[in-house]
Design a binder for this molecule. Sequence first.
Ligand code: UDP
Ligand code: MN
Length: 340
Amino acid sequence: MMYSSRRKPVLYFKDDRRSCFMCFKISRSESQRMQRHEEVHFLSRKCTVWKLFGFCMVFVLGSLLWVQLTCSGDMNQTVGYSHLPHQPCPIERQSSSADDPSWGPHKMALIVPFRERFEELLIFVPYMHAFLNKKKIRHNIFIINQVDRFRFNRASLINVGYMESGNDTDYIAMHDVDLLPQNEDLDYGFPEEGPFHVASPELHPLYHYKTYVGGILLLTKKHYQMCNGMSNRFWGWGREDDEFFRRLKTAKLELFRPTGITTGTKTFRHIHDPAWRKRDQKRIAAQKQEQFKVDPEGGLTNLRYKVESRKEVTISGAPCTVISVVLECDLSQTPWCQSS
Ligand code: UDP
Ligand code: MN
């Protein structure tokens, strides 16, 4: 007797009271035994326990695979599912705050000036997303990735972040990628009264001078505009934040800092190995003198850049926007934008 591969005689003859869907019954009575009656019974009889178990496992695994493929922005891009709408992953659903008034009316653009700190980024984005959600701070994370061949320009990247952060955010946090807040009492709310320096000199693990405003600084967009943003003249490491301190004074903005934080210099984790992530502290040509000067005109008004790409990605389920940027440099103004 010939059976197709789906007709499993072993199963059938073992016990004709059991079958599984898609199995075949051959005959009932003695006289009919020689005759082949093929009756298809879909789900008409009990399956074996193991068959049922196997079916359930396949179904569960299939569902998990589907969720993985459709909810991750990264996967959508890499496996050609770009036509699928981006679906929220569980971590994003948790953070859904759209209709919850306890999250308040404001939304922060968290701006990260960035180049070649990939390992830190993988830690930073999920950490900050969870930290801010826990504090009910509405936010979008923008990674401003410098892709030109000039030296790193933290201030210009923050200016770009401000320009590209959209109308649904009303304040910015300029935020180093390697500073992770460890104390949930730190305030990341809307800085209504004036700029709020989260990584204050008493709390920063490294920088303790009293005019320091680097690391993490919050400003309303209105206040940032009043300063004309940051100067674009600072290429390489340092001084752009000190120049911004002077802009705050010029704009007559009062600077605020955290109070009642008892964790001291353990308030932040600085995930920065200086031997591996070397600071570009070279001072080229006139940069040596120029680095201490105020830039009275430059800022948002003379920022020159091109957006090379803009991608929505998720890192361990946490969403962020990666904007790759080509900065322009006026060599007659700041020849030190080039390394050599
Ligand atoms: N940064 C970067 N790539 C660089 C240099 C700096 O992404 O090559 C960014 C990053 O966000 C970093 C911030 O600029 O946290 C400040 O630079 P860095 O950590 O070197 O300075 P520090 O505050 O530790 O002196
Ligand atoms: Mn650092």
